[in-house]
Design a protein around this ligand. Sequence first.
Ligand code: FEO
Length: 393
Amino acid sequence: MNSSLKAVEISKGVYWVGAVDWSMRNFHGYETSRGTTYNAYLILDEKITLIDTVKAPFKDELLMRIASVVNPAKIDVIVSSHVEPDHSSALPFIKEYARNAEVITSQPNGVKGLTVRYGNLHYKPVKAGDSISIGERTLEFVPTPMLHWPDSMVTYCPEDKILFSNDAFGQHLAASMRFDDENDLNTILFEAKKYYANILMPFGKQALSALVTLGGHDIKMIATGHGVIWRQNIETIMDCYSEWASGDVQERAVIVFDSMWGSTQILAQTITEAFAKRGIPAAYYDIKTTPLSDIVTDIFTSKYLAVGSPTINNQMMPTIAAFLCYLKGLRPQNHKALAFGSYGWGGQSVGLVEEELKAAGMEIMLDKIRIANVPTAAQLEDITKHIAELELN
Ligand code: FEO
């Protein structure tokens, strides 16, 4: 164990005791180029309280940080905000030290989920409106079901005005400094948007209702489950969440494609140029060079999407199929789309792409572009003209 791992006091008597996962690059399929953190918090009050744990491989780091301020055996209360293992899988380990601690979790789904994974760890179920006193402080529990699991909840401490928000407002961002104002804000906001797009996008309605509930609280600090803690830019991240949850999109196009011998790539370039020519910024993504999680972050707030694939064995390219599967699961809203691609014979891929775009809930803005073999200059001009004449609103 590394004894240099210490707790960080974030407010008087409240400590960050989480773990920094500098090397994490894939979080169940979400590419995390900047690593992540698993944040847990320790409150020293009459009842010593731990809010969340960490992913099991980091359990020793959690233990060392707790032990730097208090004997872990003295923990009286553990709040488990969320059953997903990145927050709960060190819970059984910590319970081996904190043998008498009660584990507060949501009723019924927190209790169910933790019991299935870890057996009976002395749970105390809570529901909306419940609160406990831990001495000088109160902890109020606010369920946030499907944000993003059925068991999810957040905890508010009115005396310190801290919201312990678990996944909400988080970012997959490893950092040595704990607060937003100690890190680059543009990077944090990008990672917060990427997190929302890849994890919370399907749950906009739930996010909006959680924001309404939380809006009634005076919040001076948002102690997230991942990434940095918000203390200076709370209004900014709240405004971002309101905007993201609304599903509003901007006049921007995203072009995503794979290509075998360059023809579909030429079509992608032409479509990108055509949008730009009519004053709509366009981003061009070769699926082979950009992770899906970065592409969907851009699609999330862009009104227009063009997806291209050549035909291979009567199908679309498997890379594009995987992308469309991922996108469909995120239930994107308010996008207009088109499918394009080249083919040697058959040419089924473009129709298949179009069907998947429809299945993802997108409005088809232009009939599919199917070009045999290599596009001619006249065909490219035709594509440019069609995009220039599109009725987009
Ligand atoms: Fe960070 Fe849903 O777990």
